[in-house]
Design a protein around this ligand. Structure first.
Ligand code: UDX
Length: 415
């Protein structure tokens, strides 16, 4: 199939690389020429296992010129949908991409399908994208088809997730539109759900709402367990054996971060308010999450006075396996430490460059030097932290690194 991918960010780049590997002819469009050059050279601009390898094997046409996508059978819109100040989803890039695709459709002779892969709030594809596409003078359903196909990629496992999806959700305008995506995924051994466009949009946001709620719930149980002298991880083990509940995503700690869960929950809350429904559970989920990382600082203060102390941070990324620091717990923690008059010295195997852009004023060092600090906070559970020597140290652990229990003073945030 001739497929064009709009947006060379996380979602678009993984899709472009994996679809090229599956034998499709891919054109990847982005406005960032430097990024495109890097990709064309076989190097991924993001830290994602397996991506460099695929990019060095396949040929992906990269361009900033939308005219080059005129021959496509399928156009995937994969641009970012960041948060506005008020938490609502910004649809600026979706709108821009739709306008460019509309210009392409105007001159296009053959039928093609435009699929939204960006995470959008329910209603966006039908109320915003389709009207813009129809400004081309072409008629939706007759001259072109439309789908919404959410992605469920986890950073650090995105290539694996793409090639081995848990499910394929095809939100289709009509059968003809959906058939094009169904054909694309016919080799995939995963359940395929064909549904309406707005249902597909909601499935994505509802999935992230469940994941976020699950983490906040286990953190709430964890906060109780901490006060009651109970180990939450043992509780989670006992609870997770109930197959109605399941054992995944029950790790209590400093809460969820990253580019998706916090943003998507805020967007769903904002959308819900727009339609006059107050989403009380989701609001509490976010509120609990917002305070969770700071519990580490409160625990720290019971052992060390912040003023004049040097506090070490092990781990900055929002989770292991990525260099992503968007909405990560380390941001709130470092801000609180600096406000309290402490000096901060941090280490992360992948995310120091990104974190330095946010906090140029703190120290960055290797793990051994970080361990020389007056106390150490473990903020990301990188595997290498299981091999450090914590003896004699004061450690506050936000992520359950077993080896750190050998410290002179050890406190887990929820255990
Ligand atoms: C998430 C969704 O999992 C994915 O389906 C969606 O497409 C994008 O958002 P990702 O942001 O890569 O993926 O991270 P994920 O692995 O889900 O972790 C999110 C956050 O939750 C991390 O900060 C992680 O540390 C935290 N987490 C996860 C917990 O605190 N406890 C857990 O048990 C699991």
């Amino acid at each position: 199939m001739r497929i064009s991918v709009i947006g060379a960010g996380y979602v678009g780049l993984v899709a472009a690389a994996c679809l090229a590997k599956l034998g499709h002819a891919i054109t990847l469009v982005d406005i960032d020429e430097a990024k495109l050059k890097q990709i064309a050279g076989g190097i991924s601009p993001i830290h994602e296992p397996g991506l460099d390898e695929i990019l060095s094997q396949v040929s992906v046409e990269t361009t900033s010129d939308y005219e080059r996508i005129g021959g496509s059978d399928l156009i995937l819109i994969c641009v970012g949908t960041p948060c506005n100040q008020d938490g609502a989803m910004s649809l600026e890039y979706i709108e821009k991409a739709a306008r460019q695709v509309s210009r392409v459709l105007r001159l296009k002779a053959n039928y093609c399908v435009v699929a939204v892969r960006s995470t959008v709030v329910p209603g966006t594809t039908e109320e915003l994208v389709i009207p813009i596409l129809e400004q081309s003078g072409k008629k939706v359903g007759r001259d072109f088809g439309v789908c919404m196909e959410p992605e469920f990629l986890q950073e650090g496992k995105a290539v694996y997730n793409y090639m081995n999806p848990s499910r394929i959700i095809i939100g289709q305008l009509d059968e003809r539109s959906g058939d094009v995506l169904a054909e694309l995924y016919k080799h995939v051994k995963a359940p395929v759900i064909r549904t309406s466009i707005r249902t597909a949009e909601m499935i994505k946001l509802a999935s992230n709402a469940f994941l976020g709620a699950r983490i906040s719930l286990i953190n709430e149980i964890g906060n109780m367990c901490k006060a009651l002298g109970i180990d939450t991880y043992e509780v989670a083990k006992g609870v997770g054996l109930d197959d109605r509940i399941g054992s995944k995503f029950l790790n209590s700690g400093i809460g969820f971060g990253g580019s998706c869960l916090p943003k998507d929950l805020r967007a769903l809350i904002a959308r819900s308010r727009q339609i006059g429904y107050e989403p009380e559970i989701l609001e509490r989920v976010l509120k609990l999450n917002d305070g969770q990382a700071l519990r580490m600082v409160e625990l720290l203060k019971t052992h060390v006075s912040l003023k004049g102390a040097t506090i070490g941070i092990l781990g900055l990324a929002f989770k292991p396996g990525t260099d992503d620091v968007r909405d990560c717990g380390a941001i709130k923690i470092v801000e609180a430490l600096l406000d309290g008059g402490a000096a901060v010295r941090a280490y992360d195997p992948a995310a120091m460059d990104n974190f330095r852009k946010l906090f140029p004023q703190i120290g960055y060092a290797g793990p051994d030097e970080v361990l020389e600090s007056d106390a150490v906070l473990i903020v990301t559970e990188w595997e290498e932290f299981e091999h450090l020597d914590y003896t004699g140290k004061i450690v506050i652990d936000g992520r359950r690194v077993s080896k750190a229990r050998e410290a002179r003073i050890y406190e887990g945030v929820c255990w």
